[in-house]
Design a protein around this ligand. Structure first.
Ligand code: PEP
Ligand code: MN
Length: 358
């Protein structure tokens, strides 16, 4: 074969590549149309019966030189890629997705703009135990320039015999302390029926890890006009977490803060495993602000400063941490709450790293 003949064959192969490219993309567009039609009819996208028919058809018409099994493999990849195209369309449709809304959602609470590039803190006791205890923590928060106070009134505990929180009484204490110290209040609500009640007392509704897939609670929180901080479930994937937020936004409330709080893994050195890479993933995939709760993700006082530094460095919108006047006697999470000296040091270490949007 002459050099010229070889070149001609290579050119022919190049041309065929472009034809295949054109046809594959054309097929992709047709499949997207099919996907839209199926979605409108509420039919599942993946159809193994139809796929089997297509593969049989290819086999029937195959006159070589490729083996049936080789072509089956190639076409299966094309089918898979087409299905993924349809799934991309689906995630485009999610209301929390950045594809749907490219700009950051900003939540304004008590003069703090969460999500606009500032980094802020939410601190407070694990549980509200008394007015005095809550007010003492509030005083420390104010001293550090913090604007949002946390505290559990309804505590979802692993054991029914553990302290369950003060309930409504706890919410009343939080509101009183918030008003006295000029702090916004965030507290967890566990029952959909209590969402309305909570509106009178809290500035942000917290939905806890154990309730991330309590769909009635998510819908109830979505139906009100109050910011919601949604924690990642104990063993929830990022996809499940994002879909839980979708439940809230689909009811009309787009004021959602996502909170990474560690997930359950085989590792026992920490209470949970802080999934730090979830922060940039959530920031990329959604337009919602993302917080990191360092207390529940580590369960270790000695890890609060380094993990909070990591959260700020990786681009979290803020950090949540628990502070108690005397952690040793706290009614919950006694091993990981900071006392006031530890909290002072925590803020001293972190303040130089906090991004402030000019
Ligand atoms: C809390 O923040 O009080 C709490 C119970 O955390 P989580 O839901 O993340 O376990
Ligand atoms: Mn706690």
């Amino acid at each position: 074969m002459s050099h010229a003949e070889l070149e001609a064959l290579r050119e022919r192969a190049d041309e065929i590549n472009l034809q295949i490219l054109k046809l594959i993309n054309e097929r992709g567009r047709v499949v997207q149309e099919i996907g839209k039609a199926k979605e409108a009819q509420g039919v599942h996208r993946y159809d193994p019966v139809r796929e089997r028919k297509m593969l049989n058809n290819i086999k029937e018409y195959n006159d070589g030189p490729f083996l049936d099994s080789t072509l089956q493999h190639i076409f299966k990849e094309i089918f898979k890629a087409s299905l993924e195209l349809q799934e991309d369309d689906h995630s485009k449709a999610l209301l929390v997705s950045r594809k749907k809304k490219p700009e950051n959602t900003i939540i304004e609470v008590n003069g703090v703009r969460i999500g606009d590039g500032n980094q802020s803190f939410i601190v407070g006791p694990c549980a509200v135990e008394s007015y005095e205890q809550t007010a003492a923590v509030a005083e420390q928060a104010v001293k550090q320039g913090i604007k949002i106070l946390r505290g559990g009134a309804f505590k979802p505990r692993t054991s029914p015999y553990d302290f369950q929180g003060l309930g409504l009484e706890g919410l009343k204490i939080l509101r009183k302390v918030g008003d006295e110290y000029g702090l916004a209040i965030i507290s967890e609500i566990t029952n959909p029926a209590d969402i309305e009640l909570a509106l009178d007392y809290v500035d942000i509704i917290q939905i806890g890890a154990r309730n991330m897939q309590n769909f009635d609670l998510l819908k109830a929180a979505g139906a009100v006009r109050k910011p919601v901080l949604l924690k990642r479930g104990l063993a929830a994937t990022i996809d499940e977490f994002v879909n839980a937020a979708e439940y809230i936004i689909s009811q009309g409330n787009d004021q959602i803060i996502l909170c990474e709080r560690g997930i359950r893994t085989y590792e026992r050195a920490t209470r949970n495993t802080l999934d730090i890479s979830a922060v940039p993933i959530l920031k990329q995939e959604t337009h919602l602000p993302v917080f990191v709760d360092v207390t529940h993700s580590t369960g270790r006082r000695d890890l609060l400063v380094p993990t909070a530094k990591a959260a700020l460095a990786i681009g979290a919108d803020g950090v949540m941490a628990e502070v108690h006047p005397d952690p040793a006697v706290a009614l919950s999470d006694s091993a990981q709450q900071m006392d006031f000296d530890q909290f002072d040091n925590f803020m001293k270490e972190l303040k130089p790293l906090v991004k402030v949007n000019a």
